[in-house]
Design a protein around this ligand. Sequence first.
Ligand code: FES
Length: 347
Amino acid sequence: MPYQVTLQPGGKAFSVDEGEAVLQAAHRQGIQLSHDCRSGSCGTCRARLVSGRVHYPQGPPLAITALEMQQAEILLCRAVPLNDIALDVREITAVAELVVKTLPCRIVRMERLAHDVEALYLKLPAVERLSFLPGQYIDVLLADGHRRSFSLANPPHDDSLLELHVRHVPGGRFTTEVFEKLHEGALLHIQGPLGTFFLREDTARPILMIAGGAGFAPFKAMLRHVFEQGPQRQVEFYWGARARRDLYAGWLVKKWLASHPGFKYVPVLSEPLPSDHWSGRTGFVHAAVLADHADLSGHDIYMSGPPPMITAAQGTFPAHGAAQSRMFSDTFYYAPEVRAALERGGA
Ligand code: FES
């Protein structure tokens, strides 16, 4: 029997099927709630349970403590209602106004951006458009029913082709296919736009963007969007990678640097190769941000990259004044089999 979920304040309600997680039910019915990993590990989907009961059939999620659960906090991506519930949580309305579509598309161009990153340029059917916000992602729907998520690297004002940056993950079925089998002209099915990682434009606060590796893709969309709007907001872009070859679009960012006076770019390498002859910043990218910003209270902070980078930033930035409500993250989410390969040391 379905249960009812009511959002407070506002009173908007939707149904959730038996055994279904709250976030999934909301998503199915076009209600956008803040989320990132969808696996219980980032804490972005946290909400307060005002009434009713939930449980976690897959076990307690990593990102919530027993004390927080006692204090009626829940993680929407894993919590399954046991009766009608009311939640104190804010619906993201800008995203809710967009239509999520499932569409066929053709790969019209492929471009190797780095040794392990391939750009796919996708063309939609002539009568179709995809409205999205800069930073959002789409899912590629696979024949076996699985799906893989990729950020859109093109901004909304340049949507004749959708641009994805696919990093080859050893053990990843789809990314291996991209590198070994897919070809220009191939047909894919996609669904989108998805996600709540997008540029907030209702403020003039300066922006800090922090990318790890292929986490550059949504920032390419956001930065091109910001530059298109004009020079109203100050933007600093930190890009962390292992070696120089992983800063696969450094030339493009430097080009932007030359033509946008308010823009600042800080590349940071954690393991530069001797052949890199690197004289720039080294170490972890979140540490470089902290070294440059003793006080983060005035900034909107956007982060896209692997889980350790996001976790380190989320764990340290609040002590430097960063407001939880002004930190937005897009964690790389791996399918279970890919995660297992990575944990075995495949990456
Ligand atoms: Fe729910 Fe990450 S913990 S989206």
